[in-house]
Design a protein around this ligand. Structure first.
Ligand code: XMP
Length: 321
């Protein structure tokens, strides 16, 4: 691919910030740009970078797609308000659930998410705001994995030959595209993001829908969201790259109150990694795994089985879809 990677060793953070701020300001000029903040490291860094470049010519939105973790929209909007960035919360739950309805195949699911974000939701926001640019935090790993055919990352457009101006009515700007996660964290630190944001474990654009095998319904989101909350609480002190829960499609026989309960399965994954290219399962204490299993089976309705993934990436991947 013709994008030149800048590794963390080659990165001069201050100079990079200065250059990107100038570049964004020059491209957008007197126009308006929009960006969607998801609360992940990449979109948070882009928000601050673009805010610095554009001030009130930047309109920042948080898209509530109904697929986020518990309390996430309010937490992120509140946190950025404290940083002086006002973020508009956009309720797009209906658009995403209807786009995902009936879809089980992983790439089709990712395609549906891309369409809902870029065509339906951003298309409207750009029209309403009078903007011509969408700023987003695509990183080098996203592009690499999509081009290699591992999985289509929701935010890869131009690199797949999609002309966003023609198809969606706006141009996409991706100031972080040469960087991997470790470099983006360095940028976040220097840009003044709080540690809880720049050091946050990554979270995928398709959100919890990347963690549901089979159809994504609001009920299945409730299940995986609850499991995620427990997993994040119990593993909060573990120094891992990313921890997550996956809701499987197949059911297994369990037993509750002496009766057969053909119930749900949650798979826990916890990864050690530097930049998500390769990853290995974190060596979690068995007692902790047992506690996780007990809490998930007791607290998440319908779950009778909890497993821990012990495969490496590759051949596994971090998310399940
Ligand atoms: P995989 O599952 O491909 O994930 O091993 C690598 C890293 O990327 C995150 N991920 C995504 N991030 N859009 C994103 O912004 C996506 O579509 C997407 N899919 C996976 C994943 O959480 C991991 O950190």
């Amino acid at each position: 691919m013709d994008i030149q990677e800048v590794t963390v060793l080659d990165l001069n953070v201050e100079k990079f910030i200065e250059e990107k701020v100038a570049e964004i300001a020059a491209i957008v000029g007197d126009g308006i740009a929009i960006n969607a903040l998801s609360g992940g490291v990449d979109s948070s860094v882009v928000t601050i970078l673009a805010h610095r470049a554009l001030g009130n010519k930047l309109k920042t939105y948080f898209i509530d797609n109904g697929l986020m973790r518990e309390g996430e929209p309010e937490y992120i909007v509140g946190l950025f308000k404290e940083l002086g960035v006002s973020v508009e919360l956009v309720d797009s739950k209906k658009e995403f659930f209807s786009a995902l309805s009936g879809i089980t195949e992983p790439e089709e699911k990712r395609e549906a998410i891309t369409h809902a974000f870029y065509k339906v939701v951003f298309g409207n926001l750009v029209l309403e705001s009078g903007g011509r640019y969408l700023l987003q935090g695509t990183n080098y790993t996203d592009v690499e994995e999509t081009i290699a055919g591992v999985k289509r990352q929701h935010n890869i457009l131009e690199q797949l030959g999609i002309d966003t101006e023609q198809q969606y009515g706006y141009k996409v700007l991706e100031p972080l595209i040469q960087l991997r996660k470790d470099s983006i964290r360095e940028l976040g630190k220097v840009l003044g993001l709080p540690l809880e944001i720049y050091n946050r474990p990554p979270f995928p654009g398709p959100a919890l829908s990347a963690r549901i095998i089979g159809e994504v319904t609001s009920q299945r989101i409730v299940t995986v969201r609850h499991a995620t909350k427990i997993i994040e609480e119990e593993l909060a002190d573990i120094d891992a790259f990313q921890c997550l829960g996956i809701l499987h499609e197949d059911r297994v026989t369990g037993v509750r109150e002496g009766k057969r309960d053909f119930g749900l399965q949650i798979e826990v994954r916890c990864w050690d990694s530097v930049d998500a290219r390769v990853a290995s399962p974190t060596n979690l204490p068995f007692d902790l795994l047992r506690k996780l299993a007990d809490r998930i089976t007791n607290e998440v309705t319908g779950v009778v089985s909890v497993t821990y993934n012990i495969a490496q990436k590759p051949p596994s991947t971090i998310e399940a879809v």
